[in-house]
Design a protein around this ligand. Structure first.
Ligand SMILES: Cc1cc2nc3c(=O)[nH]c(=O)nc-3n(C[C@H](O)[C@H](O)[C@H](O)COP(=O)(O)O)c2cc1C
Length: 345
């Protein structure tokens, strides 16, 4: 199967993806959602070469490390790709400059509302800006602030999540935001679902979990195996024990680490109640529990103690496949669904 070969129904899917694809400069309006430690040069280049749009996850990388990663990706693909920057990174402005110097065409700001100067610098430097909109009011604000496109990500997604499902976010946002392309994310693992969101007005889609088991992805074999074994119901958000000690919700496959996180919270809360630690120190102890945990799972393969961030669509990941095959499969499913609908089947 070749993702680049037109099949029956291709024109209709192309038409539905036309706006998003033109915005990205890619063959298909399919973004490979940035995943820390996972979305590096190999997966990003493979997705872009397959006609989708790879996005490097900058995560905690420092500017020189990001510059190196961008240049290594450019050596593997002539196709466009983006860079995802976390808004609270202390060197955010320098990272934007690194992207601009390397002629990266699209900067995705994640993890919070991007500061005005970062958006301005990116746009003035010639990059298109993509922002995450977790609610309709914020979507409108981000467009007013200069976002060139939005991603709306439902709580079905892997990694850090908001409280609202894509089903509801899409109904709240897609009919009303028409000025900029809107990409939908969270829980997408098959082409039929992609088709339905395109028909609702999405310009394109973003998938993360489905691409972890791409052959080109450098994630540890143990990490990939956990995804292949994992069912939708195993990918759960982090549980918070006490409202006084908030926990950032992250959706991940359950393991020893997630069980011990509950015990860790209980222990810290107990110490706070006995006066052994202040509230602030306790909160930090809780937050530090997961420091480095995603790297431990993705890079070192410690799937018991590391963080197995995964979306509910993990249940649709059944084997390791080349990126080009995953993209072709998604498109074939979308085309087949469209043809069946037209034929009244
Ligand atoms: C392992 C993992 C790591 C992720 N890391 C990031 C990240 O660093 N920055 C970000 O904006 N999103 C991150 N995400 C979210 C993805 O970019 C994407 O939006 C999400 O996976 C889409 O939902 P899906 O997993 O249901 O396909 C991560 C997701 C996963 C599964």
């Amino acid at each position: 199967m070749d993702a680049q070969t037109p099949l029956p129904g291709a024109d209709a899917i192309d038409a539905l993806m036309a706006r998003g694809a033109a915005f990205l400069g890619a063959r298909y309006a399919i973004l490979g959602g940035a995943m820390s430690w996972v979305s590096e040069r190999n997966l990003v280049a493979a997705l872009s070469n397959a006609g989708a749009f790879g996005v490097i996850a900058c995560g905690a990388m420092m500017p020189d490390r990001l510059a190196e990663e961008i240049s290594a990706t450019q050596a593997l693909t002539q196709k466009p790709f983006g860079v995802n920057l976390i808004t609270m990174h202390p060197n955010l402005m320098e990272l934007v400059q690194v992207c601009l110097d390397a002629k990266v065409g699209h900067i995705v700001f994640a993890g919070g509302i991007p500061p005005g100067p970062a958006i301005k610098a990116a746009k003035e430097g010639g990059a298109k800006v993509i922002c995450f909109a977790p609610a309709f009011a914020l979507a409108k604000k981000l467009v007013r602030s200069g976002a060139d496109a939005l991603v709306i990500e439902g709580s079905e997604a892997g990694g850090h999540i908001g409280p609202v499902s894509l089903t509801v976010l899409a109904q709240e946002i897609l009919p009303h935001i028409r000025d900029v392309p809107v990409f939908v994310a969270g829980g997408l693992g098959r082409g039929e679902a992609i088709l339905s969101y395109l028909e609702m007005g999405a310009a394109g889609v973003q998938l993360g979990t489905r691409f972890v088991c791409a052959t080109e992805c450098v994630a540890h074999a143990n990490f990939k195996r956990a995804f292949i074994r994992g069912a939708a119901r195993d990918a759960l958000p982090t549980v918070q024990l006490d409202e006084n000690f908030p926990v950032i919700p992250v959706r991940a496959l359950q393991n020893e680490g997630t069980k011990r996180f509950l015990e860790h919270q209980a222990m810290v809360i107990g110490r706070f109640k006995s006066g052994a630690v202040t509230k602030e120190a306790g909160q930090l102890e809780i937050e530090h529990y997961w420091a480095g945990a995603l790297r431990r799972a993705v890079v070192d393969g410690d799937v018991e103690n590391g963080s197995l961030m995964a979306g509910q669509s993990v249940g649709l990941v059944t084997c390791e496949q080349p990126s080009v095959e995953i993209i072709a499969e998604l498109l074939d499913q979308a085309r087949a669904a469209l043809l069946a609908r037209r034929a009244g089947v």
